[in-house]
Design a protein around this ligand. Structure first.
Ligand code: PLA
Length: 479
């Protein structure tokens, strides 16, 4: 026990602190001792007190609680040996942005859609679906089954693969609701880690940063294949094919369905066909990540080309789907994991095992977001309106590509910027270097990820000139 003593202030006493042992016999008050001062009256004091033995007078000061910490030694935590965690490479950009008091600041970090007024958007169809759900007094908030909302799962499968896709018709796809794209990837990874014969996954270079964190958590070894060619700012198709050929038979191959993040570079349909044939020939297992269906071209079916062609050849695959971007349901965490199996019987077995993965992880998924999606997808009018709103978002992003490109051209900013027009989806992989990115943050308060990725969805007509000023200055003055 650590005790601290206050000096007595009486002018008539000289005093010295008591030892711990003498105090412990004195301070048996039955009340928690917060702080105390004790004084021993010395012989000269005693005369004034009328003689006798040394008088011991203890003065207790019960101090209010807030002063307790200062009166005690620093507390020791079991966590104090932890190392300080770095901020997330993508979400940390928003943390830094939020701390910046400068009004010109611009967040082009996280892939979150903004209107041309720079505001987050709740889709009109989502508002309508929510209003209906809230008004329906027959709805309740009971737990969903482990696999989630049945209608949502069916509609999500049909959205991804097409309602009349042979694999859907043959009932050889099992779909479970997930916590947006990330949660669906995580459950799929866990399942693969537990049950798949070759627990190695190949991811493109570069890829969405969280892939490199999700898969090892599930016990999968992460390897990589060449994908992006910095020289052309396009696809390194030859390198990709060589690396997939060299990867072990049976390895898992992670593929972005469309609007590859962070590069915005997708294979052409005929390249996809060659990739598929190679993967199938090697008995590899495709694991698709679909976070941007509808965002690449504005057309849900066109964006699903790669996925549907893989599912049509009779082979097996996994798919993690997210509604964060295409339905603007970011924080609702709505997604799905589909396992396309060779047979309906296998799909049933897989579903049973997925339940064993999910139950100890989060038991069952949240209801509200899935109900919104099911409402939108099941009603013709809402579905039609959603497609129009989705196309509107995709078109605004494409428009921003043109505005940025034109403005850089007009400014005469050194370099070839045609990749801004060629790249697809939410992001432009600018080719700006880390020092240039840092410089733009420092001087212009423009925030992007360290790899030079900018979210085109965060840009607006009003902010293009500011971004162009920043890029122009960075390119001219920073190596
Ligand atoms: N897969 C890819 C390829 C992604 O880009 C993202 C999100 C996800 C999955 C997961 O999204 P979800 O869990 O929200 O459904 N990528 C964002 C956000 C938009 C993030 O990093 O979490 C990005 O800025 O890259």
């Amino acid at each position: 026990m650590v005790l601290s003593f206050l000096n007595c202030t009486s002018s008539q006493t000289r005093h010295r602190p008591l030892t711990h042992s003498s105090l412990s016999s004195i301070h048996s008050t039955g009340r928690p001792l917060i702080s105390s001062a004790a004084c021993i009256l010395q012989p000269e004091d005693k005369e004034q007190k009328g003689g006798g033995d040394i008088a011991v007078r203890t003065v207790f000061f019960f101090l209010p609680l807030p002063t307790m910490a200062s009166a005690q030694a620093m507390p020791i935590s079991v966590w104090e040996k932890l190392t300080e965690a770095p901020e997330d490479a993508i979400l940390g950009v928003t943390v830094a942005y939020n701390k910046d008091p400068n009004p010109v600041k611009l967040n082009l970090g996280v892939g979150a859609y903004r209107t041309d007024e720079g505001k987050p958007l709740v889709l009109e169809v989502v508002r309508q679906a929510e209003a209906r759900l809230v008004a329906d007094r027959s709805r309740y908030k009971e737990y969903l089954p482990i696999v989630g909302l049945a209608a949502f799962n069916k509609l999500s499968k049909e959205l991804a693969f097409g309602a009349d896709h042979p694999a859907v018709v043959a009932n050889r796809i099992t779909t479970v609701q997930g916590l947006s794209g990330t949660g669906s990837l995580r459950v799929g990874a866990e399942f693969m880690g537990q049950h798949y014969h070759t627990p190695i996954i190949y991811v493109p270079v570069p890829t969405w940063g969280n892939h490199n964190k999700i898969f090892p958590k599930a016990g999968l070894k992460v390897q990589s294949y060449r994908y992006y060619d910095p020289a052309t700012r396009g696809l390194n198709f030859t390198g990709m094919m060589e690396d997939l050929k060299a990867a072990p038979d049976g390895a898992i191959i992670l593929l972005h369905v469309c609007a590859h993040n962070p590069t915005g570079v997708d294979p052409l349909p005929e390249q996809w066909d060659a990739i598929r044939q190679l993967i199938r020939a090697k008995g590899q297992f495709p694991f698709f990540d679909s976070a941007y269906q509808g965002f690449a071209s504005g057309d849900l079916d066109a964006d699903a080309y790669a996925l549907r062609s893989f599912a049509a050849d009779g082979g097996e695959l996994a798919l993690a789907q997210s509604y964060a971007k295409n339905m603007g349901l970011y924080g609702e965490r709505v997604g799905a994991l589909s396992m396309v199996c060779a047979t309906a019987a296998a799909a049933k077995l897989v579903e049973g095992q997925l339940k064993l993965v999910i139950r100890p992880m989060y038991s069952s998924p949240p209801l509200h977001g899935a109900a919104i999606v099911a409402t939108v997808l099941s009603e013709e009018k809402l579905l039609h309106d959603w497609k129009a709103e989705l196309k509107g978002m995709a078109d605004r992003i494409i428009e921003m590509r043109h505005k940025l490109y034109d403005a850089l051209l007009q400014r005469g900013t050194p370099g070839d910027w045609t990749h801004i027009l060629k790249q697809i989806g939410m992001f432009t992989f600018t080719g700006l270097t880390k020092p240039q990115v840092d410089f733009m943050r420092e001087k212009y308060h423009v925030y992007m990820t360290g790899d030079g990725r900018i979210s085109m969805a965060g840009l607006s007509t009003a902010t293009v000139p500011h971004l162009v000023n920043a890029i122009d200055d960075a390119v001219r003055n920073i190596a």
